[in-house]
Write a protein that binds this ligand. Structure first.
Ligand code: ATP
Length: 488
């Protein structure tokens, strides 16, 4: 209500400026359901209607001519003293500005109180402030409804938050993992790995899986969980490299609403979601030193706090971590805490690169092709003999994931039921390329690499022959022998 709202006394108030009400006005004011007080300039009650009497328990006789603030507006909700100078009604008496308040309470005669909404409106006569009218109503029911609505909303919010985090997680899980989790391979290296997985699965020991990218570290983690007595509880996977340090912390430990810009709601972290199950931290070397300290504490005490909260949450999790980095080297470089390294490396498992177990390729091919047939709706029976020999003559810098990609590409291109795999070009800049190749393969790969760099120019000062120190005719005959052709 603005200060423009003012009541002009329509009464026959005497010249001593008392607020008086005409009998017909009084009749009207007595009939309304809201409590009404009229005050003179000294703050004393000059009018009290029956609704006000009912609400406060004070009768008009008891209050008329008295200072009402001292009767039922003397204290705040917490019981502290409410000085009259701070009271909006009395302020209106002094400055003539109307006010509207809805966060205060009035005290009843019996000492109880009720929340009120009230307005204090100045009363003018001949443009002279002569008093104030306060109109109030009991808003207990409204407050109760608001409180229960707020509580219900908080419950709905907590539930939807919980569902959202679980849903998020389940979606990621579904996207990242379809099909079975068996580990294919007949090589002694893989058989030994499977044996170790079986041994460690049913303990609660922390496992650190090492191995190059695409070797199957996550697959190993899934098998550990699947074979453990936690298999009916969640396996929660986090790729530590996929988040900035701040986001990773809140991803792992969760956050309270408002913990940082963008934290619009409370969210559970992966540690909480993994309670009683297994937490798989992939690319653990990427954890910031701060996150490493927190992780160390969770391992030691099995408890942590959400970002922005000081309440500890206890969890029972089995931790499996993986890294393609040499973690010990990172400890030496000061990038990884040594105490954490030893906590994680309780049971180390190494997944060997594919080039050290080429004999696994036929089994892997059958397994992958079976999956691709389902995925692509094809009926591919296998790979040609020559194709298989090409697959087994390659160094697989991208390991099983690269094998999957090549088979998928060839399956899409295939016309018949047997995949023809061409010779696979080694990337000469990968160290793996030099491991298990014949001289002829290295030669072919290097010639191809030079030709590609020089846009397939053979002769002339900028040609590949001159770069390789060969006559152009010799390079041409080597290309023919090694079946090197410019791709169309
Ligand atoms: N022995 C195996 N048998 C069957 N599939 C395998 C095998 N090893 C790996 N794979 C498959 O290869 C793909 C890559 O494996 P995975 O994601 O586990 O590797 P990773 O070492 O965790 O890779 P990165 O380090 O890049 O995260 C997956 O689809 C996995 O199922």
């Amino acid at each position: 209500m603005s200060s423009k709202h003012k009541i002009t006394a329509m009464n026959t108030a005497p010249s001593n400026s008392h607020v008086d009400f005409l009998p017909e006005n009084k009749l009207l004011l007595n009939a309304v359901g809201e409590g009404i007080y009229g005050f003179d300039l000294n703050g004393n009650a000059v009018f009290i209607n029956p609704a006000a009497e009912r609400m406060t328990g004070w009768s008009a006789e008891e209050l008329l001519g008295k200072n009402i603030h001292n009767c039922h507006h003397h204290s705040h909700a917490d019981g502290s003293h409410y000085p009259q100078e701070e009271c909006p009604i009395y302020n209106t008496l002094h400055d003539g500005i109307a006010r509207e308040i809805s966060h205060e309470l009035f005290w009843r005669k019996d000492g109880s109180s009720f929340p009120v909404h009230y307005t204090s409106t100045p009363v003018y006569k001949a443009n002279k402030l002569i008093g104030v009218v306060a109109i109030f109503r009991d808003i207990s029911i409204q407050k109760q409804t608001e409180d229960s609505l707020r509580q219900a909303l908080e419950q709905v919010q907590a539930l939807s938050e919980k569902l959202a985090s679980e849903n998020d997680y389940l979606h990621t899980e579904l996207e990242s993992h379809t099909g079975d989790v068996n580990i294919s391979g007949d090589s002694p290296l893989i058989q030994r790995l499977i044996q170790q997985i079986k041994l460690v699965a049913n303990t609660n020991s922390t496992v650190l899986i090492s191995g190059e990218n695409g070797t199957g570290k996550e697959l190993v983690a899934r098998n550990i969980h699947k074979l453990s007595n936690r298999s009916d509880k969640p396996l929660v996977c986090v790729n530590c490299a996929a988040f900035s340090p701040t986001l990773l912390e809140s991803e792992l430990f969760g956050h309270e609403k408002g913990a940082y810009t963008g934290a619009t709601a409370r969210r559970k972290g992966r540690f909480e979601l993994a309670h009683q199950g297994t937490l798989f931290l992939d690319e653990v070397a990427e954890l910031s030193l701060e996150a490493q300290s927190k992780l160390l504490r969770v391992i030691q005490e099995q408890e942590f706090e959400r970002v922005g909260s000081s309440t500890s949450i206890k969890v029972d999790i089995r931790l499996v971590t993986a890294s393609h980095h040499d973690l010990l080297k990172r400890v030496e470089q000061g990038l990884f805490r040594m105490d954490l390294y030893y906590r994680l490396n309780v049971f180390p498992l190494h997944v060997p690169p594919l080039r050290e177990r080429l004999s696994d390729i036929p089994t892997l091919v059958s397994h992958i092709v079976a999956g691709l047939n389902k995925k692509l709706g094809k009926k591919i029976k296998g790979v040609s003999k020559k194709g298989l020999s090409n697959l087994m003559s390659y160094a697989w810098p991208g390991n099983v994931r690269e094998l999957q990609n090549i088979l998928e590409r060839q399956s899409i291109l295939a016309q018949g039921h047997v995949l023809q795999i061409p010779t696979l070009a080694q990337q000469t800049d990968t160290p793996a390329a030099h491991t298990l190749l014949t001289l002829e393969q290295v030669e072919a790969s290097h010639i191809r690499y030079c030709l590609k760099q020089l846009n397939w120019r053979i002769s002339g000062p900028n040609g590949a022959a001159s770069l390789l120190g060969l006559p152009a005719s010799t390079l041409r005959s080597r290309m023919k022998k090694l079946n090197i052709r410019r791709p169309s």
